[in-house]
Write a protein that binds this ligand. Structure first.
Ligand code: HMG
Ligand code: MG
Length: 326
């Protein structure tokens, strides 16, 4: 893998849609995923096995996973479909389908051994960097959440699939402001990696992150012995700083970034937070630096415009609009 290669994790179908008030038809979600699969993106976060009482929009994630496992969704590159699962119940629900449709995906070992033609699947847990955000988002303190995640990660490993771990509010918290301790973030990341997490996604949930604070956080991660290849950056663009912070992260050697088509999104537990940085903006920016994303920008821009219209919201990607001449 060359140093110019960047992995984009398209989180639109989950992070982008979870906060939409109006119920989105299953067919629209599936169309979104199937269109994204054609763009060259290699990871799509497709749903969330969480409490439908708290996040009703993700209620049909089982149907989405079932669709993925029972239909050969065409894609130019092998795709990993990722699903959030915060606790035993989430893993049970995902596992039931993964066992029922065992033919529908490859384990990590199978994909390493060169088998192709089927997707891989990943489960993702989500910790928080502050106690107040943990209580709001997970209904428990950080220590308790980590104990639950141990089971989720073990569940994923038993299935032979990857486990991703988010840490939210790493650069600013809606309840504790800018006062987020980067050493605490590194400590939580270390615990999650020791439990077997394959990748830590550092979430700037509120978009409050700035260039110096991104720099400081990543220095702390290195100082704690965490390798760049185990880190992904997850920027929300509320303050318009996402690409600046991406540049800082790239300079420090990070090569995995989360983004959502059309800049969809907002977190239900982070009042005022807007969407993730738009995938179109990310691809345009990275390619301008000579990095390779493997993603077809025009196709991505078309999807951003289409899904924005479907949701009756403005297209939140400046690049997407410019590319389309809109
Ligand atoms: P809990 O401890 O069971 O407590 O769940 P609860 O009172 O919240 O549970 C309420 C009900 O949900 C109970 O049912 C549970 O059984 C059920 P009831 O007894 O009322 O009938 N339940 C579940 N149902 C289906 N699947 C499950 C599940 N778990 C419990 N997995 C928990 C605590 C955190 C799991 C729950 O509150 C929950 O799912 N909350 C939603 C959290 C969430 O989805 N947040 C948004 C995603 S995180 C994010 O967006 C940030 C990120 O993008 C990165 C970044 O930007 O920073 C990842
Ligand atoms: Mg997010």
């Amino acid at each position: 893998r060359s140093d110019n290669r960047v992995k984009i994790v398209e989180v639109g179908p989950r992070d982008g849609l979870q906060n939409e008030k109006k119920s989105i038809p299953l067919a629209t979600k599936i169309e979104l995923i199937e269109r994204l699969a054609k763009t060259g993106v290699s990871v799509i976060e497709a749903g969330s096995f969480v409490s439908p009482k708290w996040v009703p929009q993700m209620d049909n994630s089982s149907e989405i996973l079932e669709h993925i496992l029972t239909n050969k969704i065409p894609s130019p590159v092998p795709i990993t479909y990722s699903f959030l699962a915060p606790n035993a119940k989430g893993v049970e629900n995902a596992t039931a389908l993964l066992q029922k449709y065992r033919d529908g995906y490859l384990t990590e070992a199978e994909s390493f051994s060169g088998l192709k033609g089927k997707p891989t699947v990943e489960l993702a847990v989500f910790a928080a960097a502050t106690e107040s955000f943990s209580k709001k988002n997970l209904n428990c303190d950080i220590a308790t959440s980590l104990e639950r995640f141990r089971d989720v990660i073990q569940g994923a490993k038993q299935l032979g699939i990857r486990a991703r771990a988010y840490i939210s509010v790493v650069l600013g918290c809606p309840f504790e402001g800018y006062d987020v301790n980067p050493h605490k973030v590194a400590e939580i990341a270390t615990s999650l990696l020791e439990m077997g997490a394959d990748e830590i996604s550092l979430g700037d949930t509120t978009g409050m992150g700035t260039a110096p604070r991104t720099q400081e956080l990543l220095k702390c991660m290195s100082a704690a012995g965490i390798r760049n290849e185990d880190i992904a950056m997850h920027f929300h663009d509320t303050y318009g700083q996402a690409l600046v912070n991406t540049a800082i992260s790239l300079e420090r050697g990070i090569r995995t970034f989360d983004s959502s088509v059309g800049g969809l999104g907002g977190c239900p537990y982070s009042p005022g937070a807007t969407g993730n940085v738009a995938t179109e903006n990310m691809v345009y920016f990275l390619e301008s630096l000579g990095m390779e994303t493997g993603i077809d920008l025009d196709a991505m821009a078309d999807i951003g415009q289409w899904i924005s219209e479907e949701l009756s919201r403005p297209n939140d990607s400046a690049v997407g609009k410019a590319v389309l001449g809109a």
